[in-house]
Design a protein around this ligand. Structure first.
Ligand code: ADP
Length: 497
């Protein structure tokens, strides 16, 4: 019987491979960073061939480390940075342009034009997304508009489009399979998340030929076989990174929510079969699930989460490393009456104030370095709470527990503060590699490596829970202070000129 599942984790800055066993334990890991290219201010590109070669390299390395042979691998699951756009020649497999990365802002003007054309509501209703340059649609249109002959070749069926999952599958299967999954398709801004098909009207608007788009399949199911590792291994799990993380956290039920505290923060709330439309700027997206029926999720992001701790460390020089922030938080009984709002790049949901800027309010002569650090750490929790509250309200679901992952969830002070502030139980799993684990589960469930969701759930173990321990009055006082501080950050934008 095969012993492992391979999870390929194609991230924004590195390719990783993890081999999991039946208990969901990590048996081997390999990781390699790849180059980030910034050809112009605001532009971000990757070399698709480097994404492919590093992913191959780390997979071989992870297998070699524990002497795993192809017959030891039951299946491969893939999870990836979402939205990043690649177009390649169908015959040769050579990309016609570098991968345009989700962070790349080059098509912001195209989004303004789309709004001026009156398309915002249509996009919202069909794709669940608020039109933005992050998503694949305008990146793909940009390639067709700017690369000589690209549109003609695409119309002749000579070019293929894919997000990173699709690119890897195409290469792993020796150009046999051109497919993506529902979760990745739902981030392209071309996919109707209700009818589960590419939307012909949107394709027409961007002049994108449908023939270049991948076939869209359930996240857990067949994506062909690869013989790249010396024997045949099926590829049976695919999901975008945030959806994979929710799955890896066993967030299978409506009301289940996960919060990732990485450089940025990501919250996903499972809303079951209901696609909830947000009025507060949250995105409606497809969650990873097993079987043909799709599940939906509400998604919100915190632009600056762990990045605020990096700012304390790198720009202000107040910390030598990020974990040290916790020691400072514990040196003082509270934040000394100050609030740090790290709106370095504006504020996202539920405020949507792109011109808001970072603000510190309440400074007095007694404020120390420890207060400043504590208040910055607390800001991660406040921003998360803003999203949690908006999500719960819109979905009509009571949120009682929050499953956490990402680098900063290691901070016990932050986790306790979040539990207190949000009045929820925080559950920190033993395995915080939830993104890769989610991809592994999707793949393993499809081939019977795990027999069903209950068997997967048995693997989920909590490393530690944090319970709310403060009064309602205290919580409300904290929140009122934060709301006032946010108003200051926004007023800064509004008062300009
Ligand atoms: P990403 O995957 O987005 O690169 P990670 O999940 O690896 O990020 O998390 C790294 C982030 O978490 C960094 O911004 C770092 O400053 C922050 N971080 C890591 N450990 C801690 C900690 N103990 N306390 C607070 N922040 C932390």
């Amino acid at each position: 019987m095969s012993r492992y599942i391979i999870a390929m984790d194609a991230g924004t800055t590195s390719s990783r491979c993890i081999l999991f066993d039946r208990q969901g334990s990590i048996c081997s890991v390999a990781q390699k960073e790849f180059a980030q290219h910034y050809p112009q201010p605001g532009w971000v590109e990757h070399d698709p061939m480097e994404i492919w070669s590093t992913q191959m390299g780390v997979t071989m390395e992870a297998m070699q480390k524990i002497d795993a042979r192809p017959e030891d691998i039951a299946a491969i699951g893939i999870t990836n940075q979402r939205e990043t756009t690649i177009v390649w020649d169908a015959r040769t497999g050579v990309p016609v342009y570098p991968a345009i990365v989700w962070q790349c802002r080059r098509t912001a003007g195209r989004i303004d034009a789309l709004r001026a054309d009156g398309w915002e509501e249509t996009i919202r209703a069909k794709t669940g997304l608020i039109p933005d340059a992050y998503f694949s649609a305008t990146k793909l249109a940009w390639i067709l508009d700017h690369i000589p002959d690209a549109r003609e070749r695409a119309e002749r069926g000579e070019l293929k489009f894919g997000t990173v999952d699709t690119w890897l599958i195409w290469n792993l299967t020796d150009h046999q399979v051109h497919a993506t999954d529902y979760t990745n398709a739902s981030r392209t801004m071309l996919f109707d998340i209700h009818r589960l098909c590419w939307d012909k009207k949107i394709l027409e608007y961007f002049r994108i030929p449908e023939s270049m788009l991948p076939e869209v399949r359930p996240s857990s199911g067949s994506y062909g076989q690869t013989v790249k590792f010396g024997g045949s291994i099926p590829i049976t799990g695919v999901a975008g990174d945030q959806q994979a993380a929710l799955f890896g956290q066993c967030g299978f039920q409506p009301g289940d929510v996960k919060s990732t505290y990485g450089t940025g923060g990501f919250l996903l709330l499972n809303t079951g079969e209901r696609a909830v439309t947000s009025t507060q700027g949250l995105l409606t997206t497809i969650a990873a699930s097993v079987g043909e029926d799709v599940q939906y999720a509400l998604e919100g992001s915190v632009f600056v989460a762990g990045a605020a701790i990096q700012w304390l460390r790198d720009e202000l020089g107040l910390l030598t490393n990020s974990p040290q922030s916790e020691e400072f938080c514990r040196q003082v009984p509270d934040a000394g009456g100050i609030y740090v709002v790290p709106a370095f790049v504006g504020m996202g949901a539920p405020y949507w104030e792109p011109y808001a800027r970072g603000t510190i309010v309440g400074l007095t002569r007694g404020v120390t370095k420890a207060h400043l650090i504590r208040s910055t750490v607390e800001s991660l929790a406040y921003q998360t709470e803003d999203l949690l509250r908006a999500m719960g309200k819109e979905a009509g679901l009571e949120i009682t527990a929050l499953k956490v992952d990402g680098g900063a969830c290691a901070n016990d002070f932050l986790m306790q503060f979040q539990a207190d502030l949000s009045n929820v139980t925080i559950q920190r799993p033993a395995c915080i590699e939830t993104t890769a684990l989610g991809a592994a589960y999707l793949a393993g469930l499809a081939v019977g490596y795990w027999k069903g969701i209950p068997e997967v759930e048995e693997n989920w173990s909590c490393q530690r829970e944090f319970y709310p321990s403060i009064s309602r009055e205290t919580r409300e006082t904290w929140r009122r202070g934060w709301d006032r501080a946010v108003r200051c950050a926004i007023a800064w934008a509004k008062d300009e000129g």
